[in-house]
Design a protein around this ligand. Structure first.
Ligand code: SF4
Length: 469
C-alpha cells in the first residue's frame, strides 16, 4: 500500500454523514488519501446506526465481514464509531474483539486525534494531488451516497435531542440538546464554501429547534446569517421537527434566496392516538397547519416526511388515517419504516403489533406513496431542471446521479466530454427530464454551469444520442 489511506463507511442518517465528513476532514488534514474499498485502506472506519434493529444487525454483519480483512492485514486499524458504538461499547468488545477501537458519538475529536497519530505509522510516498480525500464523489455500497462530495457540505448545528419520542434511541445514545455556538457554525460554513461547497446542508436531529447558546438567535436567524456568506449558492437543512416551525420562522426562511424548495416534515402517523403515544408533541391538525404555512411561504416546495407503521397499539383505524393522508398526495416523498423495538425506550415494553400485520400495512402504505411519488416525478417529464451533481450512479458507473433543488434524484448519462475534475468546477447540470419513476427521474444533460446563477453552456452530445434523437 503506497499511500496512507482511509476508508469510511457510513450507515444511517445525515448526522452520521456529517460526522463522517468531520472524520474525512481530519484525515485529509493529516495527509490521508481516500480508499474506495476497505481492502485498499490502512484505516477502516465503520460509522454505525442503531435507529432500527436491522441497522444494528447490518453493522455487526459488516464487522464480521471485515474480520477476515483484519486477519489478513493485522496492521490495518479497524475502528467503529456512531450510535451503535455509543450504545454497545462493552458488548462490541466481546462480540468483535478484532475491532481495534470504539469511539462513541461524543468522541469524534479523539477519533480525529487518533487518526492523525496513526498517520506516522504508514509510509509516505507520492500521494498525488488527485488522491486528496475531497475529490472522490459517492459512497460505497450500503453507504450514504455522496458523503464526500466536494460540492455539498454538511454542517452540524446541534447534537442530541431532548424530545424523547417513545420509540427513539437518539436521546439515549446522543444525549440531550447541545447547540453549537452560531459563530462556530458560520465559520464552518465559510470553510466549506471556501473548499468548494456549492450547497450546504445544516444538520441536527431537530434542526429547527436550534438556539444559539450565546442568545444570538434561533434557527431562522442562523439560516439568514449563513445565507450571507459570500459564495454560498444553495442552502438546505435536515431534519426539522413540526413543533418547532413557527409562521414567523417559515416567513424568514422563505426570504432567503438560496433556500431550496424542499421541506422535510416528519409526521410518523396521522392518528392523534398514535402521535400522543409516540410523544410527538403535535396533533394531526397542528401538523397540517404547519404544512399549510409551508405551502403559503414556499408554494413550490416538495414536502417530504417519515412514517412509522405498526407502532405499539396501532389499530387498523389508526393506520387508515395514515393511509388516507398519504393518498391525499401531499408528500413528494416519504420514508416509511416498520416500528423496530429499541432497547431502553418506553415503546419497547408495550404490547407489539403482530409482525405480519405491520408488514402488510407497510406494503399498503408503500404502494400508496409510490404511486404519489411516481406522479410527482412524472410531472417533471419534458421540463428542464437545474441539478447539482452528486457523483457516479451507484447502480451504473457510466451514469451520473444529480439532485434537483426539491431533492429529486435524477440519473443521466455522462456527457462524452465530461471529466472527473469537472464535478467540482462545473457541478450544475441542466437536465431535460425524460421519464419519471417511484425513486426519481431519468434525464439527458443539455447544459452545465459553474455557478447556480450562471446561464448553462451546452454540452457536447454523444453520437449515439444524435443517432437516436
Ligand atoms: S424528535 Fe423524537 S424522533 Fe427525532 S431525534 Fe428527537 S426523540 Fe428522536
Amino acid at each position: 500500500m503506497p499511500v496512507a489511506s482511509i476508508y469510511i463507511e457510513t450507515h444511517g442518517c445525515q448526522m452520521n454523514e456529517a460526522d463522517s465528513q468531520y472524520i474525512a476532514d481530519r484525515a485529509a488534514s493529516a495527509g490521508y488519501a481516500v480508499a474506495e474499498r476497505a481492502e485498499d485502506a490502512h484505516v477502516v472506519i465503520l460509522n454505525t446506526c442503531t435507529v432500527r434493529d436491522n441497522a444494528e444487525r447490518r453493522a455487526y454483519g459488516r464487522m464480521g465481514h471485515l474480520k477476515s480483512l483484519k486477519n489478513a492485514h493485522p496492521a490495518l486499524k479497524l475502528i467503529v464509531t456512531g450510535c451503535l458504538a455509543e450504545q454497545d461499547r462493552d458488548r462490541m468488545r466481546l462480540i468483535a474483539p478484532h475491532v481495534d477501537a470504539v469511539f462513541g458519538t461524543s468522541e469524534l475529536k479523539q477519533l480525529g486525534d487518533a487518526i492523525t497519530r496513526w498517520r506516522e505509522e504508514f509510509s509516505e510516498t507520492d500521494a498525488g494531488e488527485e488522491l486528496v480525500l475531497r475529490m472522490p464523489i459517492g459512497g460505497s455500497p450500503d453507504c450514504v451516497a455522496g458523503a464526500f462530495s466536494p460540492v455539498r457540505g454538511f454542517v452540524t448545528v446541534q447534537r442530541g435531542c431532548s424530545y424523547y419520542c417513545t420509540f427513539c434511541i437518539v436521546p439515549h445514545v446522543r444525549g440531550r440538546f447541545d447547540h453549537r455556538p452560531m459563530a462556530e457554525v458560520l465559520s464552518e460554513v465559510r470553510q466549506r464554501v471556501e473548499e468548494g461547497a456549492r450547497e450546504v446542508m445544516l444538520v441536527g436531529q431537530t434542526v429547527n429547534s436550534y438556539r444559539d447558546p450565546a442568545q444570538d438567535g434561533d434557527f431562522g436567524r442562523l439560516c439568514a446569517r449563513v445565507a450571507q456568506i459570500p459564495g454560498l449558492e444553495r442552502l438546505t437543512f435536515i431534519s426539522p421537527h413540526p413543533k418547532d416551525f413557527t409562521r414567523e420562522m417559515l416567513r424568514e426562511l422563505s426570504q432567503i434566496p438560496q433556500m431550496n424548495p424542499r421541506m422535510h416534515l416528519p409526521l410518523q402517523s396521522a392518528s392523534d392516538v398514535m402521535l400522543r403515544r409516540m410523544n410527538r408533541k403535535y396533533t394531526f391538525s397542528q401538523y397540517m397547519e404547519k404544512a399549510e404555512w409551508i405551502r403559503e411561504f414556499f408554494p413550490d416546495a416538495a414536502i417530504t416526511t417519515d412514517f412509522i407503521v405498526g407502532f405499539p397499539g396501532e389499530t387498523e383505524q389508526d393506520f387508515q388515517a395514515t393511509l388516507d393522508c398519504v393518498r391525499s398526495g401531499m408528500f413528494a416523498n416519504a420514508y416509511m419504516y416498520i416500528y423496530s423495538k429499541r432497547r431502553g425506550t418506553p415503546a419497547a415494553h408495550w404490547e407489539q403489533v403482530e409482525p405480519a400485520v405491520a408488514s402488510e400495512r407497510h406494503a399498503r402504505l408503500a404502494d400508496a406513496q409510490n404511486a404519489v411519488a411516481r406522479a410527482y416525478h412524472e410531472r417533471k417529464i419534458g421540463t428542464q431542471v437545474r441539478t447539482l451533481v452528486q457523483g457516479v450512479s451507484k447502480k451504473d458507473g457510466s451514469k451520473l446521479a444529480a439532485k434537483t433543488l426539491d431533492n429529486v434524484t435524477v440519473i443521466v448519462s455522462q456527457p462524452p466530454d465530461y471529466e472527473e475534475r469537472l464535478y467540482a468546477s462545473e457541478p450544475w447540470l441542466d437536465v431535460r427530464i425524460d421519464s419519471g419513476h417511484k425513486w426519481g427521474c431519468d434525464g439527458t444533460v443539455v447544459g452545465r454551469a459553474r455557478r447556480f446563477a450562471d446561464r448553462g453552456s451546452p454540452v457536447k452530445t454523444a453520437l449515439i444520442n444524435l443517432l437516436t434523437a
